[in-house]
Design a protein around this ligand. Structure first.
Ligand code: ATP
Length: 552
């Protein structure tokens, strides 16, 4: 590997210095900041482009830790280190910061390895043959033909390339066009009028949804134009600043190195991996790494994505990514955010239904994004395992499997008051049904805590009757080990669907006149049935006499 590097003079600052103070120190590109904590330990470094980038946001008073990168391809050295020594180290694959003199004050220069290290070419031909089904392979070849004829570079990009490398079939087919995807979709339609249908065009983003009919298969493909994006404030939706840009600019707007790879679909370079940022190596080493130190400030939903991908692919965030996650959470910048994207990431992450997701979510303090004032205690820390088991045992009772995440969310916020929960529901854009689940879960939790016990099955029936099953499952988890569990289980498995055999016609046949009395009688029968007093329809008919004579 050939190493390129730039030498920067280091200015040492304390980790509590503000972004504004630091930006003044970083006036020139010749300098970088070395960041130290109160005990004089070196935490990492900050480069001018990252400082400039974050200063555009209105967060000048936040501390420099927010964008401090603690590992990278850098070497710190003092003037005594010879150039030869440096070359030797830089010639090897430097991954972590290498402190040539134990990281003390005399270090006054950093060598920052350029990102343009030349890597060997990798072709994903075998992976492509094994993972991609024949009709989809044919589809890619068709696209390739049109792209070549018109001199347009096209790529698979993001998750689909990651999945290809690990041998996982991707459900979404995303093709990125270095140019204009809408124009490309039209070219496809002209070339393949019988097999290619444009479903929709999105002119703001220059994207196209297309369906191909290949060997009796309907294959949906999303075509996107390469685009460059910027953020106007932390957690904003990105603003497009260029469409049809270079592939690199499209790659650099992404979240993690493992999701930043592209694969060429043009014939001459078919299956060639384009990996500007070391995603291939990170994927093999099971590492989640942000693309730059401002990544989480730009888009806090990425911290949830880091957890999701970590759990899904058994990866861990690298030291710097972890540090940035903690710094951002500490800074208050992520407290109680709102937005549909947070909801979508929470949904995907908790729907994995894994105890470790919940435990990590709590331990890593990602709940700050939803609500900072959640009381974390031993009980909450251990709830994940119980939740996973209980949800798996009660999957059939959920209205839909996609509601799992709401159970985990409810467990997190269950102790908050109603107004706070309603506020969370608003901030996360929950639907009426979704809000109902979390509100009911919490209401039931509070009511059940005040309850002394049930006197009869019918009392259980009446008490739990108005609550959705998801709220009941939340409380099964919360009340594990108490008598309440038996009551909820009984309600779910038997009482909830209890039905009586007699109906209004039976009452008319017995000479009763339809009216309010009917519902009193039918309800009385249901009560007796639920309390195990009636077994057969005859028992119910006999019981009507008792009810008419005034007994309850
Ligand atoms: P999967 O669909 O299997 O969950 P994916 O990586 O395809 O994984 P998507 O959410 O569909 O996930 O995103 C597609 C690609 O878009 C990602 O691989 C990534 O490159 C990019 N991306 C998605 N969300 C973000 C984000 N918040 N910030 C930056 N890039 C993102």
């Amino acid at each position: 590997m050939q190493a390129f590097y730039e030498i920067k003079n280091v200015i040492w600052v304390s980790d509590s210095s503000s972004l504004e103070e630091c930006s003044i120190l970083l006036a020139s590109f010749d300098f970088c900041l070395g960041v130290k904590d109160a005990d004089n330990n070196i935490l990492g470094y900050v480069l001018k482009p990252d400082s400039d980038r974050v200063l555009k946001f209105d967060i000048k008073d936040k501390c420099i830790r927010l964008i401090t990168s603690c590992t990278s391809k850098i070497v710190a050295f003092d003037d005594l280190s010879t150039q030869k020594h440096l070359n030797k180290i830089l010639g090897s694959k430097v991954k972590e910061v290498v402190w040539l003199d134990d990281g003390n004050d005399s270090i006054d220069k950093l060598a920052i390895l350029s990102k343009k290290n030349k890597l060997e070419d990798i072709y994903l031909i075998e992976e492509f043959k094994q993972v991609v089904e024949n009709p989809v392979q044919n589809l890619f070849k068709k696209c390739s033909k049109v792209a070549d004829a018109n001199n347009i570079p096209i790529f698979l990009i993001g998750g689909i390339v990651r999945d290809l490398i690990i041998g996982r079939k991707s459900f979404d087919i995303d093709i990125t066009v270095q140019g204009n995807a809408i124009d490309f979709a039209h070219l496809l339609m002209v070339q393949y009028p019988d097999t290619c249908i444009i479903n929709s065009l999105h002119e703001d983003f220059e994207t196209a949804k297309v369906t191909f009919l290949i060997d009796d298969n309907e294959i949906k493909v999303d075509f996107a134009s390469t685009r460059k994006e910027a953020y106007d404030y932390p957690a904003a939706l990105p603003r497009i600043i260029e469409i049809g840009c270079e592939l690199y600019d499209d790659v650099i707007r992404r979240d993690f190195t493992i999701n930043s790879m592209a694969m060429s679909l043009n014939e001459e370079t078919f299956c060639k991996l384009i990996d500007y940022l070391g995603g291939y190596q990170d994927l093999n080493a099971k590492v989640i790494r942000v693309l730059h130190p401002v990544s989480y400030v730009d888009d806090p939903t990425r911290v949830i994505r880091a957890l999701k991908f970590g759990m899904r692919f058994d990866c861990e965030s690298d030291k710097s990514t972890n540090f940035l996650e903690k710094s951002c959470l500490d800074s208050g910048l992520f407290d109680g955010l709102c937005g549909k994207r947070i909801k979508s990431e929470l949904k995907q992450t908790f729907n994995l239904n894994r105890a470790s997701v919940f435990t990590n979510f709590v331990e890593r303090r990602l709940y700050y994004l939803i609500e900072k004032n959640i009381i974390i205690d031993e009980v909450l820390n251990n709830l994940g395992e119980e939740a996973e088991i209980c949800i798996n045992d009660h999957l059939n009772y959920l209205e839909k499997i996609d509601n799992i995440w709401l159970i985990y969310l409810s467990l997190l916020i269950i102790d908050l008051d109603k107004a706070r929960i309603a506020d969370i529901a608003n901030r996360l854009y929950l639907s009426v049904k979704e809000s109902k689940i979390i509100l009911q879960s919490c209401e039931l939790w509070h009511k059940l805590q005040d309850l002394r016990g049930f006197e009869s099955n019918f009392e259980i029936y009446e008490f739990l009757g108005g609550y959705c099953n998801e709220a009941l499952v939340v409380n099964l988890i919360k009340f594990k080990g108490s008598n309440v569990v038996g009551c909820i289980e009984l309600f779910l498995t038997e009482l909830k669907n209890a039905k009586i055999s007699v109906n209004g016609n039976d009452l008319i046949r017995l000479g009763l006149k339809p009216g309010p009395e009917f519902s009193r009688i039918l309800r009385g029968i249901l009560k007796a049935k639920i309390n195990n007093k009636l077994k057969t329809k005859e028992d119910e008919l006999d019981y009507i006499n008792i009810l008419i004579n005034g007994e309850k």
